[in-house]
Ligand binder design. Structure first.
Ligand code: FES
Length: 321
């Protein structure tokens, strides 16, 4: 994965809460190509990293091949002490470090009907998908949901890219409310749904798609949650079954963060609870599942968990590590 040094060439308010940042290679020249759904991980000055999806508003096959800039949309999270405040404070000429692009959320290259659903800042990868599909001449439906009209970013380019395929939904205008059951039914059993937004939206889409008879492999999602939401919760202990070592997971840190710091080699990726790569066996204790991967039955069994986001309802978990 490429190590990137990126200079901010523009930072503009897209809505009262969202800024659009344009980044170029510090040494000039082209940046790595990407496909819709890709993100880069920005390294924060105080440590850690935050993923941000790459936004493409140009429905052209060339727009994402060796681009000379990357565009991000960053929402300022209330009470943010980390990523979004840092990103909103960047000015033209500032240089940031990042890695990527990576992509676990690409649109499949098959001719099935596509429905795109975005909630809030989840618009960033979904907008790029609309551009990519439009460039390829593939039809799609697009539903974009937000709290109010002025909370939705990128509406004007979306209207151009999507035309009649775009439907906007506002929480404070009940007559525009999205009917997820109807959306899933109209997508059809052969269709594919791509959704990015908050946990509640993704869970609702998965449920309605299941009720509509859609195979779960046809529902593709990327979770958008605040880092603070992912890790908030009480302290608990984790015991490593192979060694008997016990670690305390404090309220503001994840299991992965604590175990990695202790030198334990772990495999993980999204750190949002939507890729399943960090799934770990639970030999004892009761997890507090916070992912969007597991089914209700799998959660109830309590024998696996995603250690990037999930926590504990019991005082101690014994993990199969
Ligand atoms: S790293 Fe993706 S679900 Fe945990």
């Amino acid at each position: 994965m490429a190590e990137l040094r990126l200079v901010v060439t523009s930072s503009e308010a897209a809505t009262p809460q969202i800024r659009t940042l344009v980044l170029a290679a510090e040494n000039g020249g082209a940046l790595p190509s990407f496909r819709a759904g890709a993100h880069i991980k920005v390294h924060l000055p105080e440590g850690g990293e935050r993923p941000y999806s790459l936004v493409n508003t140009e429905p052209s096959p060339d727009a994402t091949q060796n681009p000379t800039s990357y565009r991000l949309g960053v929402r300022l999270e209330e009470d943010s002490a980390g990523g979004s405040r840092y990103m909103h404070g960047l000015k033209e000429g500032d240089v940031i470090a990042a890695t990527g692009p990576e992509n676990q959320f690409a649109v499949r290259d098959e001719d099935a009907p596509v429905t795109l659903i975005a909630g809030g800042i989840g618009i960033t990868p979904i907008l790029s998908m609309a551009s990519e599909l439009s460039a390829a001449g593939r039809p799609f439906e697009f539903h974009y949901c937000g709290r109010t009209r002025d909370a939705l970013a990128f509406v004007e380019p979306l209207k151009v890219i999507c035309g009649e395929a775009l439907t906007l939904h506002y929480d404070d205008e009940p007559d525009t409310a999205i009917d997820l059951g109807a959306v899933a039914t109209s997508a059809g059993a052969d269709g594919h749904l791509y959704v990015c937004g908050p946990r509640g939206m993704i869970e609702a889409v998965r449920e309605r798609a299941h009720e509509a008879g859609m195979d779960k492999d046809h529902v593709h999602f990327e979770l958008f949650t605040k880092h603070d939401e992912q890790v908030a919760g009480g302290a608990f202990e984790v015991e490593i079954s192979s060694t008997g070592d016990v670690f305390t997971i404090p309220p503001d840190r994840s299991i992965i963060e604590v175990l990695e710091e202790a030198g334990i080699d772990l495999i993980y990726d999204c750190q949002r609870g939507d890729c399943g790569i960090c799934q770990t066996g639970v030999l004892d204790g009761v997890p507090d599942h916070r992912d969007v991967i597991l089914t209700d039955e799998e959660r109830a069994a309590n024998d696996v968990m995603q250690i990037c986001v999930s926590r504990a309802k019991s005082d101690r978990l014994v993990l199969d590590l």
